[in-house]
Design a protein around this ligand. Structure first.
Ligand code: ASP
Length: 305
């Protein structure tokens, strides 16, 4: 059964007045993907759905990405197909849609992952124009959080940042991802600005094949949350392996998230999945995760946070 699911990130949305806009954002993205899926391509569907989320400044990917500790945007993205073709970019800047650059890495190079300067250079070669994804809202947020970090008298490092994230869980809410099945193949894609105040050069789970993004002949998965958790647990691949060993997409999602909780406590992980028959699954150990999905049997998308 043809199907698509998207997420707009896992975390806690403290300002609940933002929920309708977030729901609208994931709803629009799932429909953008669906239009492509109806034309027959899960690959185009995932790219278009993720692009719609990257272009929405509400979400922490593309336009509206969070800033590093030194005030820069460094974005990560990956896309992967059932046949194990994969492309990813890490720490890229100056482009509007990292997911599209990731797709070009998959289609036009012999590599899987390009990082930093090289990824930007490759994007220019592929015709992606210079674009500044930084928004005023993110600069304000960066100033406030950085001040707090400095006033606390701590040198920024990950343990401290993790504590801050626990204090401000809403900043984890907005990595984006999509997984689609077109009747033939499953494709998974993820895109993010990362975690706020991350160190320069920090790469999260999103572009790590098997960490935040994975697809094979059994299923596809896109993760969100604290990237270090997903990388250490190879969570996207683990979720897909659960399907391989007989779990439904829903049970596999739940099993993957329970591993994250078991090792690192709650408030750090979410996953969306589709298996190679079009069954959907999603799970989280955070308070919220914006999700929208649609399949052939549904008249309109399910949208939830
Ligand atoms: N997983 C992303 C990262 O660690 C962040 C997120 O999902 O919000 O870069």
């Amino acid at each position: 059964m043809v199907a698509i699911i998207v997420h707009g990130g896992a975390g806690t949305i403290r300002d609940e007045s933002r929920i309708p806009k977030i729901k609208k954002g994931v709803g629009e993205a799932v429909l953008a993907g669906w239009r492509e899926l109806k034309r027959g391509s899960a690959l185009d569907a995932v790219e278009e759905a993720v692009k719609a989320l990257e272009d929405n400044p509400l979400f922490n990917a593309g336009t509206g990405s969070v800033l590093t500790v030194d005030g820069k945007v460094e974005m990560d993205a990956a896309i992967m197909r059932s046949n194990l073709e994969a492309g990813a970019v890490a720490g890229i800047w100056g482009v509007k849609n990292p997911i599209s650059v990731a797709r070009k890495v998959m289609e036009k190079t012999d590599h899987v992952l390009l990082g930093g300067e090289g990824a930007v250079k490759f994007a220019r070669l592929m015709g992606f124009n210079d674009y500044n994804p930084t928004t005023e809202e993110r600069i304000d947020q960066w100033k406030k959080l950085r001040e707090k970090l400095l006033n606390d008298g701590q040198i920024p490092h990950w343990k401290k940042i993790s504590e801050l994230i626990r204090e401000y869980p809403e900043v984890l809410r907005s990595t984006v991802g999509a997984v689609a099945f077109d009747g033939g193949e499953v494709v998974a894609g993820t895109s993010t600005g990362g975690v706020f105040l991350k160190m320069f050069g920090r790469i999260g789970d999103t572009p790590i094949i098997g960490g935040g993004t994975y697809a094979n002949e059994f299923a596809g998965a896109s993760c969100t949350g604290l990237g270090e958790v997903m990388i250490k647990l190879v969570l996207a691949k683990s979720a897909v392996d659960f399907v391989r060993f007989g779990l439904t997409a829903q049970k596999a999602s739940e099993a993957a998230i329970s591993i994250a909780t078991e090792h690192f406590g709650s408030d750090n992980a979410g996953v969306i999945m589709i298996d190679a028959r079009g069954n959907i699954g999603f799970a989280k150990n955070t308070k919220h995760m914006s999700v929208a999905y649609l399949n052939e049997e549904m008249k309109e998308p399910y949208i939830g946070v």
